[in-house]
Design a protein around this ligand. Structure first.
Ligand code: GN1
Ligand code: MG
Length: 362
């Protein structure tokens, strides 16, 4: 743990938020790739989540917090149990939704939602069904949201922008790694046109922009411990306007993978069609009502698009010298790349069946 996050500093930071009770502990939680996350315990009735938001990834954290506040306010008004079915931001003592530490860090707090569980691998179709229903519900609750939202990360799922970054990375070859990656680079280039053609449908308005979560991997959903239902979408940092297809794609990338996204044994990586079917059944039950024809038509392609984007982003970070994602070992981004390449190949093989499944559910 870096010294900037030492126990005393963390307690002082926790103390600068309007918490009920006195802080009794601040401990690291989970292993997100982007932010540093902690759990705050107090002698009061609640626990809290403390996060140091990543200032390299998010250029305008105040705008990001405004997005999260607006979206959670909207959801809160519509659900039965607002303290459990959406995130509740806790203001800092000055009334804003973040605290600045002397080293320039941006810190935020929200309520910890008790009696919930998260997963890294879905395991059962029932869980995939519940996860699909959860994201479908999240999108449906926001389908009448009309307030402006800031773009928290420029060009997040925008393939034209991603290729511009990609071309620049290859040219710069900062870590001197590009020469050793002919197969991976050919994998990306061989799909460039296909992916740009899909993105064009968003650019020209064929596929509408709505409010999307944009980071719907399985571990970003809280499941209710008692009922097993998907309760609450967390990690709202990337809530922005975009196509809801990104959410379906990113979810399938994690729920329907037979293994973890960075499994180094690529023979274990494949798309599970039973999980795909279950997720889509849950998702379409909740989202079917607001989707238009173009979204339905391109629904089955979404996982291929997002998995491709992920291959590109992991490989680009490897080429850049691992500056974006947290890594656990030196080749981690390359292993992630290859593991996601195996997943995309499996999706390409299963694409006709994926299309059939969606057609059968609509
Ligand atoms: C990051 O924030 P986290 O760890 O849930 C990333 C996603 C990637 C994901 C890959 C803001 O998600 O886009 O899909 O890692 N988030 C950001 O696991 O870049
Ligand atoms: Mg995130």
């Amino acid at each position: 743990m870096p010294s900037r996050n030492d126990a005393e500093t963390l307690r002082a930071i926790a103390g600068s938020f309007s918490l009920e009770g006195r802080v009794t502990g601040v401990e690291p939680l989970g292993d997100g790739f982007i932010n540093d996350t902690f759990i705050i315990t107090t002698d009061g009735p609640r626990r809290y989540i403390l996060q140091r938001k990543n200032g390299n990834v998010f250029q305008d954290i105040p705008a990001m917090m405004d997005n999260i506040a607006a979206v959670t306010r909207h959801i809160r008004k519509k659900v039965r149990d607002p303290l459990r079915e959406t995130l509740t931001l806790v203001p800092a003592n000055d009334g804003g939704y973040f605290h600045r530490s002397p080293d320039g860090g941006f810190w935020t707090v929200c309520l910890f939602i008790e009696d919930t569980v998260t997963f890294d691998v879905a395991g059962t179709p029932e869980l995939a069904f519940q996860g699909g229903a959860g994201i479908g519900r999240f999108q449906a609750l926001l389908s009448d949201f009309t307030l402006p939202l800031s773009d928290t990360i420029k060009g997040f799922h925008d393939m034209r922008w991603r290729f511009r970054q990609w071309d620049a990375s290859l040219r710069a070859d900062k870590a001197g790694r590009a020469g050793g990656l002919p197969e991976e680079i050919a994998f990306i280039e061989g799909r460039r046109q296909e992916m740009l053609d899909f993105w064009k449908l968003i650019e020209d308005g064929t596929i509408p922009k709505r409010v999307a979560h944009n980071d719907t991997k399985l571990s970003n959903i809280l499941f209710d411990r008692a009922s097993g239902r998907a309760l609450c979408a967390i990690d709202l940092d990337t809530v922005m306007r975009g196509t809801v297809l990104s959410d379906v794609g990113d979810a399938i990338r994690s729920y329907a993978n037979n293994t973890a996204e960075d499994d180094p044994d690529y023979s274990r990586v494949w798309l599970r069609l039973d999980m795909y079917e279950a997720y889509m059944r849950g998702y379409l039950r909740e989202a079917g009502g607001f989707l238009d024809e173009a979204e339905k038509r391109w629904m089955a392609f979404a996982p291929l698009y997002i998995t491709f984007e992920q291959v590109l982003r992991f490989l680009m970070d490897h080429i850049d010298g691992d500056s974006y994602y947290k890594t656990k070992y030196p080749e981690h981004n390359l292993v992630r790349t290859r593991s996601q390449m195996a997943l995309l190949r499996s999706m390409e093989d299963s694409y006709p069946q994926m299309q059939e499944i969606v057609a059968g559910l609509l």
